[in-house]
Design a protein around this ligand. Structure first.
Ligand code: NDP
Length: 269
């Protein structure tokens, strides 16, 4: 295994209280970086902080309540990170969730909410942390995007459309920030086991009379139905490893690019 030492580096991970963001925080802490995570739900954030402190007792960790769609909260989060750590080297824009709806049942407000979430969950943290990133020796921004950007699904029409736009946003940011040496990349994920899918499984349990499938049976059947070549959902750690690569100097000559983390689900060449 390649070991990389990120001691004295600072990583900010939005939505680090669950799923992919939490797994990414673990990777950065293991590599010696200081880590700041945020999320909206205080209880979820406290539980994540307690678990990370249990696993990494002396690690420099900051957990802050912050809705990435609220400019004031994001600026306050950035100020707290600076106050605590004095620098930011890597920003992982991960916070968010998908919206299951077809064109027929997506209202104008739902469209606006989805476009707002997908764009501003990147725009606001990027704007807030840019001054610190500009001062870092090898700064990077990585965004969690979805395979839906290139392979839209009719039952997730608004998310797919917004995800395609994010692909363009990442490319433009990469070009604009290259003179500042800030690399900007993304990962395109297929289906990753996380809080979102656990919630969908709970809805299945609520709606389905006995006999009900276990989590393993339910996810395996979905992977089979969707023809995912590797035959399973991805793990948060597998998405986190790609984020870690793109955020760290391991990918020092890569910008404006994306990594597919979909178990072969992408149909295009
Ligand atoms: P989880 O629900 O497990 O984690 C989402 C995290 O984001 C939580 O920490 C949540 O905390 C936080 N979050 C959500 N909205 C906001 C907000 N407005 N401000 C701050 N924090 C927020 O899901 P995943 O790990 O799966 O999701 C991570 C990213 O991956 C998301 O952007 C998602 O859309 C994307 N993705 C995931 C896929 C999958 O299959 N899992 C597929 C494609 C994309 P809280 O709710 O407390 O704020």
């Amino acid at each position: 295994m390649i070991q990389i030492d990120l001691t004295d580096k600072v990583a900010v991970i939005t939505g680090g209280s669950s799923g992919i963001g939490f797994a990414t925080a673990q990777l950065f802490l293991r590599a010696g970086a200081a880590v700041a995570i945020c999320g909206r739900d205080g209880e979820r954030l406290d539980a994540a902080q307690a678990e990370l402190e249990r696993q990494f007792p002396d690690a420099p960790l900051l957990a802050a309540r912050c809705d990435v769609l609220d400019a004031e909260q994001v600026n306050a989060f950035a100020a707290r990170v600076m106050e605590r750590f004095g620098r930011v080297d890597m920003l992982v824009n991960n916070a968010g969730q998908g919206r299951v709806s077809t064109f027929a049942d997506t209202t104008d407000d739902a469209w606006r909410d989805e476009l707002d979430l997908k764009y501003f969950s990147i725009i606001r943290p990027t704007r807030a942390f840019l001054p610190m990133l500009k001062d870092a020796p090898s700064p990077a921004i990585v965004c969690v995007n979805s395979l839906l950007a290139l392979q839209p699904e009719a039952h997730m029409v608004a998310t797919s459309s917004a995800r395609a736009g994010v692909l363009s946003l990442v490319k433009s940011l990469a070009t604009e920030l290259a003179p500042e040496r800030i690399r900007v990349n993304s990962i395109l994920i297929g289906i990753v086991e996380s809080g979102q899918w656990k919630r969908r499984y709970r809805h299945y349990l609520d709606a389905q009379p006995e006999p009900r499938q276990s989590w393993e049976q339910w996810t395996a059947e979905l992977a089979r139905k969707k023809n995912i070549p590797l035959g399973r959902f991805g793990l948060p750690e597998e998405a986190a490893q790609a984020l870690f690569y793109l955020a760290s100097p391991l990918s020092s000559y890569t910008t404006g690019s994306h990594i597919d983390v979909s178990g072969g689900f992408a149909r295009h060449v």
